[in-house]
Write a protein that binds this ligand. Sequence first.
Ligand code: PAF
Length: 281
Amino acid sequence: MDVVRRVRAMKEACAAARAEGKTVGFVPTMGALHDGHLSLVRRVRAQADLTVVSIFVNPTQFGSSEDFARYPRDLVHDADVLAREGVDILFAPEADEMYPPGEATFVEVAGLSDKLEGRSRPGHFRGVATVVTKLFEIVAPHVAAFGQKDAQQVLIIKTLARDLMMDVEVLVLPTKREEDGLAMSSRNVLLTPDERRAARAIPRALEAVRTALEAGEREPGKLLAAGKAILVEAPLLRIDYVELVDPDKLDPVAKVQGAMLLVVAVFAGSTRLIDNVVLRS
Ligand code: PAF
């Protein structure tokens, strides 16, 4: 596996592969890799001739009071894991390579970016959309994969790829879960043992809403109450939001019908965790 640190070198490697008629598959990450990331890598590898993974802890998607400094980083371990997965190129740029001095251009997906995560983390999706646009421009992948755990992020990335007329197929793969149901996330390693135990309440809350729906409950407020009751009881968890939203627009549903996205964001201590499931009535 080649490790590339420079934008220019990365562009050249991908352009050369394309010129040889190879397809390029891409998995953008912020590192601290877990099995969720590896499922994306395997899926892309099965489809593309050249597999590129990026590791870049993107400063512009963290607010000033957020966990940029403590976000887990272990490039040596991650590189080893990716090499064993058969990844061809690891792109691991420094921040000034991705954001050279004088940088003045940002990408903003209007409408979707201010809801849910965007409401709690102003500017977060501007940072995500900007860095993903840059990464897509550098790698120019035929296919790129993301996890459903970040449902709002994938919706925003699909929208920007469509609106900016990018020739990239955006794949969304199912959330990988630990044995007790907790969604895999790089941030899980930041949890203390007590917070980790408390975090089990998140998948249980999602399940409680599903069970209430299957039992015939049709009032969004009552469905959400079934999930919130479980989160409120869990020690060390603080709810940011629990909402039932339209999966395309992310607006709260007024009526239970068709496909709905149940989204949860909580703090376990100072660590923010999100999860979601698609429900169908
Ligand atoms: O999901 C992530 O790891 C990041 O938000 C992404 C897509 C790599 C952009 O920094």
